[in-house]
Design a protein around this ligand. Structure first.
Ligand SMILES: *Cc1c(COP(=O)(O)O)cnc(C)c1O
Length: 378
């Protein structure tokens, strides 16, 4: 890179992502701090109602993070040792870790490289008489073939837990993701569309299961004849009131923000023309949240070198997700190689790249990033 280019580039600093938190959101959180009522109260209930109104036909429970949401769903279904849970081989590790945490066995299925979502035929093939749940992920905010997964599960009486951590607002057809399965779980981490810092959501259409989540997130406390009784060995997975106010305030802009992200994604699609960089495919009828804009580099491109070169131009990038069976814990425990059993997941983990995507990005920033991506060569 010559000196002139380097000088031009230092004026730019484009982060991978930055939460869209505005003064009005901060003011709502600050108001709560002045009340002295800090944990799981009226603000949490208001936020839960707002999410139920958005998604339709569900009971919503706010919890301390997305991993807690997934963990609670498994515990509420009574899943434990001897049980198998089908999960994608390419996701954030939390998807499989929660299965380990309840003592069950994750059964990994490879993904499709065009969408990064789990292969539904692979899901059907992985079902055994020990399968107690299927946990598909709507990877990077794109709905997986959820209708197909639900049909596979329903035919065998198996519950579906949707890991919709990145997908609040994503749709398949006219329906929100998270509402197809027995449970839908969302994350409100700062890398997701709306954030409470740490935070998560469990949604379910089943009133009894919603009540189980209520108990389990709050020490197993139930009111019986007006008295508090401890009826289950529960967790403390509650959300705080100021977090609920902070995220509820952002939720009002969700649709508008997702529309803006879709414009940025369309600009990436139009402007990245490097044959060594594969762009994500969006099947018809899906609304993507673009939590991550993930591309796949040709195997001949040296990814660490490419990331360093982009960083020098002020462009922050990162890895998208992991090939979970190839991580030390899973490799050691189950003897996986990773590349051999799950070639697509392994390829996406090794050669994938998450590009900057957030409300704070301008179309001009996208053009600048695209220009630098177009320069990447083997
Ligand atoms: C972010 C994420 C999680 C975990 O959510 P936290 O709120 O960070 O605990 C789980 N699964 C997927 C697919 C995620 O992207």
């Amino acid at each position: 890179m010559n000196t002139i280019m380097r000088d031009a580039s230092v004026t730019r600093s484009i982060p991978l992502s930055r939460p869209d938190i505005r003064e009005e959101d901060i003011a709502r959180a600050a108001d709560v701090l002045r009340t002295g009522m800090l944990v799981q109260g009226p603000r949490v209930r208001e936020f839960e109602q707002a999410v139920s109104d958005l998604l339709g036909q569900v009971h919503t429970r706010a919890v301390s993070n997305g991993t807690a949401a997934l963990h609670l769903a498994l515990v509420a279904l009574g899943i434990g040792p001897g049980d198998e849970v089908i999960v994608p081989a390419f996701s954030f590790v939390a998807t499989a870790n929660v299965v380990e945490l309840v003592g069950a066995t994750p059964v990994f299925v490879d993904v499709d490289l065009a969408t990064y979502n789990v292969d539904s035929e692979g899901v059907a093939a992985a079902v055994t008489d020990r399968t107690r749940a299927i946990m598909p992920v709507h990877e990077f905010g794109l709905a997986c073939e959820i209708e197909r997964v639900v049909a596979i599960a329903a035919g065998r009486g198996i519950p579906v837990i949707e890991d919709a951590a990145c997908a609040l607002g994503a749709m398949s057809g006219s329906r929100h993701v998270g509402t197809f399965g027995t449970f839908g779980c969302f994350s409100l981490h700062p890398r997701k569309a709306v954030t409470s810092g740490e935070g998560g959501l469990v949604v379910t259409g089943d009133a009894h299961l919603a009540q189980q989540i209520d108990l389990l997130r709050n020490h197993g406390i139930s009111e019986i004849d007006g008295a508090k009784e401890f009826v289950a060995a529960g967790f403390n997975y509650r959300m705080t009131e100021f977090q609920a106010a902070l995220v509820d305030s952002q939720l009002r802009r969700l649709t508008q923000n997702l529309e803006y992200r879709a414009r940025l994604a369309a600009a990436y699609h139009a402007q990245i023309v490097n044959p060594a960089v594969a762009l994500p495919t969006i099947p018809a009828g899906k609304v993507h949240t673009w939590q991550t804009f993930h591309v796949l580099l040709d195997t001949a491109i040296d990814r660490p070198a490419a990331m360093r070169c982009l960083q020098e131009a002020g462009i922050q990038t990162s890895l998208g997700a992991q090939c979970i069976p190839a991580q030390v814990y899973y490799r050691t425990k189950y003897g996986f190689d990773g590349a051999r059993e799950f070639p697509n997941a392994h390829r996406a983990w090794r050669h994938g790249l998450a590009l900057p995507m957030s409300e704070n990005l301008s179309l001009d920033d996208v053009a600048y990033v695209a220009e630098h991506i177009n320069r990447l060569t083997a």
